[in-house]
Design a protein around this ligand. Structure first.
Ligand SMILES: [Zn+2]
Length: 308
């Protein structure tokens, strides 16, 4: 199995106290529809000033796709996947609710973390996340990807379309956000769930009701005892290679940063062919009763260690 390539960076069972084993998944998040990426308070696109690229230091503004926003959508996607897979496998209903009551017993809670209060003992229980999101920066500067769009304003109270036309700034279709999701001390099953979730998640605009369709393509994977590259470095490197966006370009960039790692001999950059094989293997893995039983047993073991 190609997934075995990553076994030096995976653990057998998830534990409350984690070590250094790290898997970085590099993703191109490609916008397929006009998409508003903004903070809740403002109607502006979220932008930040960055250098243009690694080779050109002049300042430009880029659109930021916040890590918290990526995480919220993908956490929900995994919950839905587990809910349906669990029902189909005859495990019964998943009693985990993202807004009000996290169960802390399912693979979503184990990976994304969470807090709840046990109603009987009133004790606070907590799971620390082992999936990490960084803010992604648009490949191209703001001016090249933004567009003012008019829309029928929707009344937040009634959910009905009002008469007033609003204007918002959105990013255009085909805008690319190079992005990284980092897994810390996860099991092979958790890696599979994370890859499936990234492939399945497609709508990031639920809160704004405008566009938000995004396709995630997994273009690189690196293992190590640390993160070897950050999302901003990735965007600045890729800008210089924007005419040849490919798995090969990503692998070359990862190899360049591998040298600067604290433990370079403990890092591995998968080739584009290996990345494709790993992704295919994860996608074709069935979330059947056997897989789910083992994944839930892992969480039970984690919780037992926490209490013991
Ligand atoms: Zn849960």
């Amino acid at each position: 199995m190609s997934l075995d390539l990553l076994s030096p960076y995976l653990v057998d069972v998830p534990r409350p106290i984690i070590g250094a084993k790290t898997v970085q998944i590099v993703i191109f998040r490609e916008v397929l529809d006009y998409t508003v990426l903004r903070t809740e308070e403002t109607r502006e696109l979220n932008t930040v000033v960055t250098p243009l690229s690694v080779s050109r230091s002049e300042d430009v503004r880029r659109v930021a796709f916040l890590g918290t926003k990526q995480k919220a959508v993908e956490s929900r996607e995994l919950e839905r996947m587990l809910r349906t897979a669990g029902e189909e496998a005859g495990r019964g209903e998943l009693n985990c609710h993202l807004k009000d009551k996290l169960c802390l017993n399912c693979p979503r809670c184990a990976l994304f973390g969470g807090t709840n209060v046990d109603s009987a003992s009133e004790k606070i229980a907590n799971i620390k996340h082992r999936i990490e999101y960084g803010t992604a920066f648009s490949l191209l500067p703001f001016e090249e990807i933004e567009e003012a769009i008019t829309f029928n304003a929707i009344d937040d109270q009634t959910q009905k379309t009002g008469q007033a036309l609003g204007t918002r700034y959105a990013v255009r279709p085909s805008t690319v956000f190079p992005s990284i999701v980092t897994l810390k001390s996860v099991t092979e099953r958790e890696l599979i769930l994370a890859l499936k979730t990234l492939l399945a998640a497609k709508n990031y605009g639920a809160e704004t009701r405008i566009g938000g369709d995004i396709r995630n393509t997994i273009v690189g994977i690196a293992g190590g005892w640390e993160e070897i590259i950050t999302p901003l470095e990735l965007t600045l490197e890729l800008y210089d290679r924007r005419e040849e966006l490919s798995g090969e370009a990503v692998a070359e960039i990862l190899k360049k940063y591998q040298v600067y790692a604290g433990n370079p001999l403990k890092t591995k950059v998968l080739t584009p062919e290996e990345v494709d094989k790993v992704v295919k293997e994860a996608a074709s893995m069935l979330l059947n009763k056997e897989f789910l039983d083992r994944a839930y047993a892992d969480v039970a073991e984690y919780r037992k260690q926490q209490k013991g």
